[in-house]
Design a protein around this ligand. Sequence first.
Ligand code: GLU
Length: 448
Amino acid sequence: METLDPILQPHFETVLARNPGEGEFHQAVLEVLESLGPVVRKHQHYVDEAVIERLCEPERQLIFRVPWTDDQGRVQINRAFRVEFNSALGPYKGGLRFHPSVYLGIVKFLGFEQIFKNALTGMPIGGGKGGSDFDPKGRSDAEVMRFCQSLMTELYRHLGEYTDVPAGDIGVGGREIGYLFGQYKRITNRYESGVLTGKGLSYGGSQVRTEATGYGTVFFTEEMLRLTGRSLSGRRVIVSGSGNVAIYAAQKAAELGAQVVACSDSSGYVVDEAGLDIALLKQVKEVDRARLSAYAEQRPDASYVAGGRVWDVPCEVALPCATQNELDADAAQALVTNGVLAVAEGANMPCTPDATRVFQEKGVLFAPGKAANAGGVATSALEMQQNASRDSWSFAHTEERLRDIMVGVHERCASAADEYGTPGNYVAGANISSFLQVADAMLSLGVV
Ligand code: GLU
């Protein structure tokens, strides 16, 4: 694993000084800058023309109050964010996260990652992210609707299919996108389908968008394994999380012949040696909106380990699909001891820098989130294409497009890693390939 080149040290110090208290953002920036030493050594003009400083400073950051009324008639106040980070390649594109942990540092880390992820897809989309500290857990549909309507009443003025196109992330799925789109349409009096992605199929959504992040993570994993003469078939796989990304990663891995034996939530994990029952998982998590323990209650052979760590379940492939910094060096070591071959991040930045270091030092194939989970946003771009041409594609065609895109993402990472002398290092490959694309576009557009 790389360390920060002294040439980039002052740039990182500027980021620390300008963005105090935003630990996740610092971590995301450092991870990219650590890969860029060889690039700026070879092409000094990226430093001379302040491309690094420009990239680390969002083009626009919005913070606003979201007032709404709960079912008891009490006024509730949340804070919402939209960070429009970089639009060199296209309109700002990235999801909204609703979770009590959301603050500016989280949104900036996610927005920063999104710039590079979106570049890796090869689609014309810039990077942005947003969200709120609103906690949807335990809220009624009516409360969620009122919250979404209030949020959009402020956010709509900043959006547009050529300006900024949000989608979902943790805590924002089909239900929330529907309420957000409904309010946007009402306020603007425009049926502007391309202003949000992750829409329902009945009103302009795309086939495969729901499945895309998880499926894409598995397609990327297959590519990594294929290049080393292996495949997913017959392998023991674990996923962390049990939300949208985890469910569809598990489903696709099982479809490709893997044994997917464990998943988790923030209270513990489930082991199901017969292979996870995806239909039951969907019922528990998406329909009942219940805790994962309810899965084990309905499945006699599965066991639920309250408070345990899913990384202790032996596996050959681990797919962290829950949230940032969920997998530390100690967990990485446990996975290595149990014989893990490949780790692909379905979530954004789930492995701590020390965990990543353990995997790289031990020769485990490691795919960073900005590459491995790019299938979600790539399919959002396919949704935008369909909206722009007033078309809708079949599931099979859209999945084929997604698969091709993930093969392309893998290829971009692998060839940049080769070119800059770190073959097999997908972290370096992802950062370098996407940086070059965004940086060159920024320079072409002048000082704007
Ligand atoms: N939130 C997802 C991500 O982390 C998807 C964003 C989108 O579809 O715009 O990439």
